[in-house]
Design a protein around this ligand. Structure first.
Ligand code: IPE
Ligand code: IPE
Ligand code: MG
Length: 235
C-alpha cells in the first residue's frame, strides 16, 4: 500500500452529526476537535508525513455570533492542548490563514504553538484557521508586488515555484490526497493552488464519526487511482 505523503482534510459535518444525536451544534464541534487529536496520531502511525486540516474558513465568520464565539473558545482550548500534544508526539505545527482577524490572545497562543514545535521532526501538522484560498493568494500577490516595488524581485523571476514560496504553505509539499467528510462535493475555498493535481475522496461520514478505518478506506481508494503529475507512485 502506498501511503500518501500529504493528506489534506476538510473536516465537515460537525453540526449535522450533533443534530442527528439531538445535541446542539457546539457539541459537534467539541467532539470534532477531540476526534482531530485521535486522527492526528493515527495518521502519523500510518506513515503520513503531512496532515493539513481546515478548522475555520474566511466565510465562517458569517455564522451566528453564538457559534463563532463558541468556535473561538474551542480554538483557544484546542491550541493550548495542542502545545502539549505537539511536544508529546513530536509534531511540528504550522498555521495557515490570516491570524490578524483573531483575538490577540488566540494569536499569541498560535504563535507559541508554532514556535514551541518548530524543531519537532514527527508529523507536520498544518491547521487552517481564518483561511481562504482566495485570501491566501491575494495576500501572496501583495507581497510579491511589494518585493517587486522594492526591487528585491524582478517580474520575470516570478515562476510557479517562486510564487508557491509566498503562500502560507511555503515549504510544504502539495497534498496527495484530499478528504472531505459529510457528503458535500465542493472545495469551500480550500487550498485551490495546492490541490491542482491532488486526488479527491468524498465520504458521507461526518467528521466527529470519522475513524482510522475511514482513513484507511480513503488511502485504499487512493491506491486504486492512476495518478497524473501530482506525485511519484512507488510500486
Ligand atoms: C465543520 O462542521 C466545522 C466548521 C466548519 C467549523 P460544520 O459546522 O460545517 O457542520 P455542518 O456542515 O453544518 O454539519
Ligand atoms: C468548510 O466547511 C470549512 C471548514 C471545514 C472549516 P463549511 O461547512 O464551512 O463549508 P460550506 O459552507 O458547506 O461550503
Ligand atoms: Mg459544514
Amino acid at each position: 500500500m502506498v501511503i500518501p505523503q500529504h493528506v489534506a482534510i476538510i473536516l465537515d459535518g460537525n453540526g449535522r452529526w450533533a443534530k442527528s444525536m439531538g445535541r446542539p451544534r457546539n457539541y459537534g464541534h467539541v467532539r470534532g476537535a477531540k476526534n482531530l487529536e485521535i486522527i492526528c496520531e493515527d495518521a502519523y502511525n500510518m506513515g503520513i508525513k503531512y496532515l493539513t486540516v481546515y478548522l475555520f474558513s474566511t466565510e465562517n465568520w458569517k455564522r451566528s455570533k453564538d457559534e463563532v464565539d463558541a468556535l473561538m473558545r474551542l480554538f483557544r482550548r484546542y491550541t493550548k492542548t495542542c502545545i502539549k500534544t505537539a511536544r508529546d508526539n513530536n509534531m511540528k505545527v504550522r498555521v495557515l490563514g490570516d491570524p490578524r482577524a483573531l483575538d490577540e490572545d488566540l494569536q499569541k497562543s498560535l504563535r507559541d504553538l508554532v514556535e514551541s514545535s518548530k524543531d519537532n521532526t514527527g508529523l507536520n501538522f498544518q491547521i487552517a484557521i481564518n483561511y481562504g484560498s482566495r485570501d491566501e493568494i491575494v495576500r501572496a500577490v501583495r507581497r510579491v508586488a511589494q518585493d517587486c516595488a522594492e526591487g528585491k524581485l524582478q517580474p520575470e523571476e516570478i515562476t510557479e515555484d517562486c510564487f508557491s514560496g509566498y503562500l502560507d504553505t511555503a515549504g510544504v509539499p502539495d497534498p496527495d490526497l484530499l478528504i472531505r467528510t459529510s457528503g458535500e462535493l465542493r472545495l469551500s475555498n480550500y487550498l485551490m493552488w495546492q490541490l491542482a493535481y491532488t486526488e479527491f475522496y468524498f465520504t458521507e461520514v461526518p467528521w466527529p464519526a470519522f475513524t482510522k478505518d475511514d482513513l484507511w478506506k480513503a488511502i485504499e481508494k487512493y491506491n486504486g487511482r492512476e495518478r497524473r503529475y501530482g506525485g511519484v507512485r512507488e510500486e
